[in-house]
Design a protein around this ligand. Structure first.
Ligand SMILES: Nc1nc2c(ncn2[C@@H]2O[C@H](COP(=O)(O)OP(=O)(O)O)[C@@H](O)[C@H]2O)c(=O)[nH]1
Ligand SMILES: [Mg+2]
Length: 313
């Protein structure tokens, strides 16, 4: 059995993350998964949200799983094991629980066949400075196996980089990921961590950041690259279902965004660049259904080679 604890302060985005993870899991995976929710006092709210993703969570109410509910939690998990023997158990502890203690309680069980306990702790960047000195928060961060900065859409890159540094100072061994509930692709790295070597959702995701020198007809150039990617995906025998998008920023602060979801309608774009012919920074991300990651990487890199003066950074 694998245990994935999704912890974090009240309102840090635990239920949102679980909903997104569930939405990316296959039906087969969901059949082998149990979800335990322990939300202090909020009877039924998270449960209702999560059950919309096709998995009815088991609720532990009135208390905190790492304190008075510890025994109940283990009893519940042991019962779950006997009845369903699931491969995965996701746990959303109350936002005041210490995830380190939960991991400890599970590991101490003599009867559960434990393969792994992954302790994921979420960090809400918006409220970081208001809560960072609460002792239980710091302890939770120190005990985490993986840290996830949530609500990425609400913060500037500079603030996130600073937060990453602070988090690294508190726990240098945990990896740090970023998610934004409104962009499902941001959950792929997290899914990779959770399911690592297993075949997980059938999506592959490739991201690249590059410097490129774009010609004045950059729009045509970028559209060409996006169309080539789709063409190559389809010639590899997979019909293109997914989203390839790119954003290009020039030194003048202008931004050009282009993306393709449907080969028959072709790419779309908005914005424009001012410094024609100058070096620009370009991010590209391709998320494709039913194409393995290696093939997608090869296709993305080959097509990007067609851009003038391109180099990776
Ligand atoms: N802007 C933004 N809001 C988010 C994001 N993730 C969660 N939220 C909001 O944050 C609030 C708390 O989220 P929830 O998942 O219930 O947190 P929990 O208490 O840790 O389970 C809700 O209003 C969510 O809609 C995100 O990526 N971006
Ligand atoms: Mg919740």
């Amino acid at each position: 059995m694998q245990f994935i604890i999704v912890a974090g302060f009240l309102g840090s985005g635990k239920t949102s993350i679980l909903r997104n993870i569930l939405s990316l899991m296959t039906e087969e995976q969901k059949k082998d998964t149990v979800l335990i929710v322990n939300d202090f006092g909020q009877v039924g709210i998270d449960r209702e949200l999560l059950s919309k993703q096709g998995l009815d969570p088991i609720e532990l109410v009135s208390g905190c799983v790492c304190c008075q509910l510890g025994v109940d939690m283990i009893k519940t998990i042991e019962e779950i094991h006997q009845r369903y023997s699931p491969r995965m158990v996701f746990i959303e502890p109350s936002g005041v629980a210490n995830p380190g203690s939960i991991k400890q309680i599970i590991k101490e069980s003599k009867t559960l066949p434990i393969e792994r306990v992954l302790n994921i702790v979420l960090v809400d960047p918006v409220r970081w400075h208001a809560i960072s000195d609460i002792p239980v928060i710091e302890e939770g961060l120190r005990n985490a196996d993986l840290l996830v900065i949530t609500k990425r859409d609400l913060c500037q890159t500079l603030a996130i980089d600073k937060l990453r540094e602070e988090l690294h100072g508190i726990n240098s061994s945990a990896g740090i990921l970023e998610t934004n509930s409104f962009e499902i692709e941001t959950f792929h790295p997290l899914l990779d961590e959770i399911f690592h070597d297993e075949a997980h959702s059938e999506f592959s995701c490739v991201s690249r950041t590059l410097k490129a020198r774009l010609l004045p007809d950059y729009r045509k150039q970028v559209f060409g690259v996006l169309q080539d990617m789709v063409k190559n995906i389809e010639t590899s025998g997979v019909s293109f279902v997914g989203h390839i998008k790119t954003v290009i920023n020039d030194e003048a602060g202008c931004c050009f965004y282009a993306s393709i979801t449907d080969p028959s309608t072709g790419p779309g774009s908005h914005g424009h660049l001012q410094e024609l012919g100058a070096e620009v920074s370009m991010k590209i991300q391709a998320v494709v259904f039913r194409l393995n990651s290696e093939s997608l990487q090869t296709i993305v890199d080959e097509c990007l080679r067609g851009l003038d003066g391109l180099r990776s950074i």
